[in-house]
Design a protein around this ligand. Structure first.
Ligand code: G3H
Ligand code: 13P
Ligand code: ZN
Length: 316
């Protein structure tokens, strides 16, 4: 089957209390690691491409890699999604490039400007059969080149449940990224965090059946942070989103969970390990291969955290 949009995935995820993993891809090894995991676990998949990924790898290469994954796995629903589109033009370009889902992130603008830009993207995307994710509320950390609110300040910029109905009605967006206390990147929390699950619950009451998205959902796995630091890295102590909080959100209205940092850390940890243990190594396959394997193992585990393992068939 060709690339799919997220409609059926989100319908089933909402109904059956799980979430779809949305994993960021920047090259072949990352994509192959993710896809190998979802094939073994028979899970639906969202592969997401940031503007940074587009400029790093070039869209033609990334699209060809993703097309390969789709062609090799006709029984797995795979969506190609733009992560954090910032302008109408960047979203339009992705619609024109064959993406099946785009995100317009105007969360840093005023409520009115966010509505206006999101609606403009929705009108174009829907006319071309593409679904749209929007964002309301502010996350912490750095997303693309935009510095979000500080990790200490995220709880003051949560999504306001009183705004969601007007926002969704006026924009026509298909899913909504909400701010519930998470940040992008590896330095999310200094102490064990408590996410604002009550915001999910309040939005769920106001918008029954409407799919929500959780960004900044990496757990900053200790296993990889320790390996990175053991082999010459210097990552300060920090905590990510606890996996039990992700499972809890996935059972509620959160239907899409964005993960990038955990992929980066898995790949980096293994490359560092090979370089340190075998300093004479210069064959990229000998360090990218273990990195790809670590991504696969980590993603397999995440699919169980999200509850979407074994759900590919029902999302077709
Ligand atoms: O939200 C940010 C994602 O982790 C993508 O990051 O823009 O560096 O590719 P990137
Ligand atoms: P992490 O940095 O927590 O992996 O979040 C990724 C993300 O939200 C991409 O949009
Ligand atoms: Zn994000």
């Amino acid at each position: 089957m060709p690339l799919v949009d997220t409609k059926k995935m989100f319908e089933m995820a909402y109904k059956n209390g799980y979430a779809i993993g949305a994993f960021n891809v920047n090259n072949m090894e990352i994509t192959q690691g993710i896809v190998a995991a979802i094939v073994e676990e028979k899970a639906p998949l969202i592969l997401q491409v940031s503007r940074g990924a587009r400029s790093y790898a070039s869209m033609n290469y990334l699209k060809a890699i993703i097309d390969c994954a789709v062609a090799e796995n006709p029984d797995i629903p795979i969506c190609m999604h733009l992560d954090h589109g910032d302008t109408f033009e960047s979203c339009k370009q992705c619609v024109d490039d064959g993406f099946t889902s785009v995100m317009i992130d105007a969360s840093h603008s005023s409520f009115e400007d966010n509505i206006a830009l999101t609606k403009q993207v929705v009108d174009y995307a829907h006319a071309h059969g593409v679904v749209v994710e929007a964002e309301l509320g502010k996350l912490g950390g750095i997303e693309e080149d935009v510095v979000g609110v500080s990790a200490e300040d995220v709880m003051n910029h949560l999504t306001d449940p009183d705004q969601v109905v007007e926002f969704v009605e006026k924009t026509g967006c298909d899913s909504l990224a909400i701010a519930i206390g998470t940040s992008h990147g590896a330095y999310k929390f200094k102490t064990a965090p408590k996410l604002a699950i009550d915001v999910v619950e309040k939005v769920e009451v106001k918008l029954p059946g409407f799919p929500l998205v959780m960004h900044g959902s990496s757990s900053v796995l200790k296993e990889f942070k320790d390996l990175i630091n053991k082999y010459g890295g210097d990552m300060p102590d920090a905590m990510g989103v606890p996996e039990d909080a992700i499972s809890e959100a996935a059972k509620k209205a959160v239907c899409k969970v964005n993960i990038d940092t955990d992929l980066r850390m898995a790949l980096t940890a293994k490359i560092r390990q090979v370089f340190c243990e075998t300093p004479a190594e210069f064959d990229p396959r000998k360090y990218l291969g273990p990195g790809r394997q670590a991504i696969k193992d980590m993603v397999k585990h995440k699919l169980h955290v999200l509850g979407c393992a074994g759900k590919a068939d029902e999302c077709l």
